[in-house]
Design a protein around this ligand. Structure first.
Ligand SMILES: [Zn+2]
Length: 151
């Protein structure tokens, strides 16, 4: 928010506050009381209300924002799996989450299947090429070259 917008907003809310306080003061004046005393009283009351209501509103907004962010993270972490129905073997594309028990209703037979997930770990390896392998590869390569030159 730039300063021009800020002062516009401030002027706008001050205008509304003054109008309301003025109305209140006018009502008091009609009833035979002091206009300014009630004007100041109404103005202070609005100020008090704003100072209580604004932090509550801000807190509510931040909770809502956190909820939206959590939902976004959940949507981001969702994976899709192309998996067969346990009853009719029809393939279904199903969203899965790793931290819950995943189930899905088949598009064809409407039966509910659970998704069993299993993971295995493997070592990261680089393929070993021994001297013997190299010899065989070289021999195959030269044989291939001979075949090519033969025609
Ligand atoms: Zn099915």
């Amino acid at each position: 928010m730039d300063t021009k917008q800020f002062f516009k907003g401030l002027l706008y809310s001050m205008g509304i506050s003054c109008s309301l306080s003025g109305l209140f003061g006018f009502g008091a004046w009609l009833a035979g009381s002091s206009f300014w005393a009630y004007f100041v009283f109404a103005f202070a009351l609005q100020f008090l209300y704003a100072s209580i209501a604004n932090p509550i509103r801000q807190r509510r907004d931040s909770i809502k924002r956190a909820e939206i962010e959590a939902r976004y993270v959940l949507a981001e972490s969702q994976q899709f799996l192309d998996i067969q129905c346990a009853y009719c073997k029809r393939r279904n594309v199903v969203p899965i989450l790793l931290n819950i028990t995943n189930v899905f209703d088949c598009e064809k037979c409407n039966e509910t299947s659970a998704i069993h997930m299993s993971f295995t770990s493997v070592r990261i390896t680089t393929p070993l090429v021994t001297d013997m392998d190299k010899k065989i590869i070289d021999e195959l390569q030269t044989e291939e070259d001979k075949d090519d030159s033969g025609y």
